[in-house]
Design a protein around this ligand. Structure first.
Ligand code: CMP
Length: 217
């Protein structure tokens, strides 16, 4: 488990004694796909580190309509907000596939936090990155139509592979709809048109972007 924690940016700079302590107290747990780990408003305060799998942070309205805020992958962590400010959870977290987590209780985290200033820097960086993404999202909702929001999402998630970009998050059309605030039908229609235009191709595992997506469609 030591090497796993060392691989997480939050813990990469901490002293050996703290690392050993966290290794002893962290609880390793496995969850199947579509498990709710906690819900928005819950009064819990552990930090969750993703060892394998994937989770989504989302908010749900009274009618069960979802809005996906973010997807978190192996090596990333979540739950840092309530851990730090002791407020209720800001979002619901659901596993997107079978997922292994390391769970670190707040009191154990704080024991090593005070003596490891690198952790403060990493947390700041992660929080600021999330804030920037949230600002982008607001901008997209305010100024872009559904196509623009989908194009922006694909550009944001796509990782360069040779001279193409690949989105590896195994996103369903419903999930994309829940990320851009649209319907599954609308997402399917737009992806179909992008495929017909030779811009993208899709399979169960990934979406490949072959050429720069047009700014309007
Ligand atoms: P916390 O509020 O403790 O529990 C929900 C978690 O979801 C939160 O901490 C973050 O880790 C994560 N989260 C909430 N909102 C966002 C967002 N906009 N972007 C990325 N992650 C988020």
């Amino acid at each position: 488990m030591i090497s796993m924690l060392k691989d997480i940016s939050l813990f990469s700079g901490i002293d050996d004694e703290s690392l050993k302590y966290l290794e002893e107290v962290a609880v390793k747990k496995s969850f199947s796909k579509n498990t709710i780990l906690f819900s928005k408003g819950d009064e819990t305060d552990s930090l969750y580190v993703i060892k394998s799998g994937m989770v989504k942070a989302l908010i749900i309205d009274e009618d069960g309509k979802e809005m996906i805020l973010s997807i978190h992958r192996p090596g990333e962590y979540f739950g840092e907000m309530s851990l730090i400010d002791k407020e209720p959870r800001s979002a619901t977290i659901i596993t997107k596939e079978p997922t292994q987590l390391l769970i670190i209780h707040r009191k154990d985290f704080l024991k090593v936090f005070d003596s490891n200033p690198d952790m403060v820097y990493d947390l700041f960086k992660v929080l600021l990155k999330r804030l920037r993404k949230a600002t982008d999202k607001v901008e997209n909702f305010a100024f872009k139509d559904v196509y623009g929001r989908i194009a922006n999402l694909l550009n944001q998630l796509g990782k360069p592979v040779e001279d193409e970009w690949v989105v590896e998050d195994k996103l369903t059309h419903s999930e994309i709809a829940n990320m851009v605030g649209s319907s599954r039908e609308m997402v399917s229609k737009i992806l179909k048109e992008l495929t017909a235009g030779g811009y993208i191709s899709t399979d169960k595992k990934q979406i490949t972007i072959h050429k720069k997506l047009p700014s309007i469609f």
